[in-house]
Design a protein around this ligand. Structure first.
Ligand code: ADP
Length: 446
């Protein structure tokens, strides 16, 4: 967990995700509130327009002197057709304030008012509106109060004060509904974001694991590279002194000692091959293997390989031969590296064949030269063939138990051939033999 923490601290990606995770709900909340406010403003404006319309309707039908009965009829009509208009009162100025001469609320009729609002509105000849709350209701009902001056439609003389009370209840109810919906959506969003966060943590853990594996893999490559390099010098010294002993330069030795020395030499040679192969593996993996490509006749290399394994083949009574066609196209390869490949394939064929022989032949197919190393050896099953080109893979059965090897040869051979735009293909049958095919594009003659 501490490592996860360290990774997170080092990783700006995490900070970015956290910011996003908080920013998304904040933006959703801000947007919701802004939308609600916008719709409330629009609806308030609508209400105000209705109030103004009611005032205009009344204004058009009043004249000097004011007829209270006519005004009352008009007020009743207006409230009938506008459900939001809760109360309209018309107040006339008297010597000690304003008296309600017509109202949709009967309790108001005849009541006297001397409020500053009315006095100021009358004196300044102006309208004003405000939002008020009716605390007698739960939840409190909000009202839009509008006060304006009614004038004679011809002379413009001030006749009375018009007081309108419009309910905000519908707007508030719809806003509350919107808010409730938004809160539900917000809760779901936050829940989803939290799920995302948990998932993110899992990804972070995978990323940490991946880094760790890559690091371990790199360390392993470095170790192999350094260790095999460091082994080269002592190996050379051991081989040198062993040769000296075997040549008798350090004095005479008996038959038993000679046997022991030869066994040591065989083991040292196997160790030497392992070191060389390990060095090649690390060179290939780190892209440090150099290829000196040039036009070549592959048969020349095969001949060299065959002659170097001829003694081993003869010791097992195996025929080792090459079948060369009349015309062999040239390939563009690194001869030294390809010799390594032919050595491996021909060496394996000798190693894993008990009777019969090994034949190297050639075929031209689809712009490629195929070099076929065919043996009559122990062969291998389909299952074994699947992993054949994996590093350190060796087929384990009673036939291979006593045959020494590293399991690196075929991996190296295929990687080398692939670096030269070719490939290695294998066909095999248990107990019948194997066929390893080196496929390389040949050079077209000009
Ligand atoms: P090794 O050093 O073990 O020979 P290789 O990578 O060259 O490593 O070969 C991997 C395995 O493939 C061998 O251990 C052997 O079991 C099998 N193999 C390779 N060549 C042949 C062959 N010609 N016939 C049968 N088995 C083979």
């Amino acid at each position: 967990m501490a490592k996860v923490g360290q990774y997170i601290r080092n990783n700006s990606q995490f900070a970015y995700s956290i910011i996003l995770i908080f920013l998304i709900p904040i933006l959703i909340i801000a947007n919701t509130l802004w939308q609600i406010r916008l719709s409330r403003d629009t609806m308030s404006l609508e209400l105000q327009k209705k109030a103004e319309l009611a005032q205009t309707m009344l204004q058009e039908s009043v004249n000097d002197p004011l007829n209270a009965e006519l005004v009352q009829t008009k007020l009743d009509k207006i409230t009938e057709s506008n459900s939001e208009v809760k109360e309209i009162t018309v107040l006339k100025q008297t010597t000690d304030g304003f008296v309600a001469i017509a109202s949709t609320n009967n309790d108001e009729l005849g009541l006297k008012y001397s409020s500053e609002d009315y006095i100021n509105a009358w004196a300044g000849d102006k309208s004003f509106s405000e939002i008020a709350k009716d605390t007698s209701k739960t939840p409190n009902e909000r009202y839009h109060m509008m006060t304006s001056i009614l004038k004679d439609s011809v002379t413009g003389k001030k006749l009375a004060i018009l007081s309108l009370k419009i309910s905000n209840a519908d707007i508030d109810a719809s806003n509350k509904k919107n808010l409730d919906y938004s809160l539900i959506i917000l809760a779901i969003t936050i829940f989803l974001v939290l799920l995302l966060l948990i998932n993110q943590f899992r990804f972070f853990q995978y990323a940490v694991l991946y880094r760790k594996l890559a690091e371990v893999d790199r360390m392993k490559d470095d170790f192999i590279s350094v260790a095999s390099h460091e082994m080269k010098t002592p190996m050379a010294a051991i081989k040198g002194y062993l040769s000296m002993l075997l040549e008798g330069l350090a004095g005479k030795y008996d038959k038993k000692t000679q046997e022991h020395l030869l066994k040591i030499m065989a083991s040292v040679q196997r160790l030497d091959i392992l070191v060389i192969e390990l060095l090649d593996v690390s060179r290939l993996e780190q892209g440090r293997m150099k290829f000196d490509l040039q036009p070549c006749n592959i048969s020349d290399l095969v001949k060299q390989s065959i002659s170097s394994f001829q003694d081993q083949a003869a010791a097992k009574d195996l025929k080792l031969m090459e079948k060369i066609p009349a015309k062999l196209p040239q390939v563009f390869i690194d001869p030294e590296r390809l010799r390594q490949v032919t050595d491996n394939l021909i060496g394996n064929a000798v190693k894993y064949t008990e009777k019969g022989g090994i034949e190297v032949s050639y075929r031209v197919e689809d712009g490629c030269l195929l070099t076929i190393v065919k043996d009559s050896g122990i062969g291998m099953s389909e299952g074994d063939r699947k992993n054949l080109f994996s590093k350190f893979y060796r087929i384990k059965n009673e036939k291979t138990a006593d045959i020494p090897g590293t399991g690196l040869g075929l991996w190296l051979a295929r990687e080398i051939v692939r670096k030269m735009d070719g490939d290695i293909i294998v066909n095999s049958q248990v107990g019948v033999g194997s066929e390893f095919v080196i496929k390389l594009p040949f050079m077209k003659e000009k």
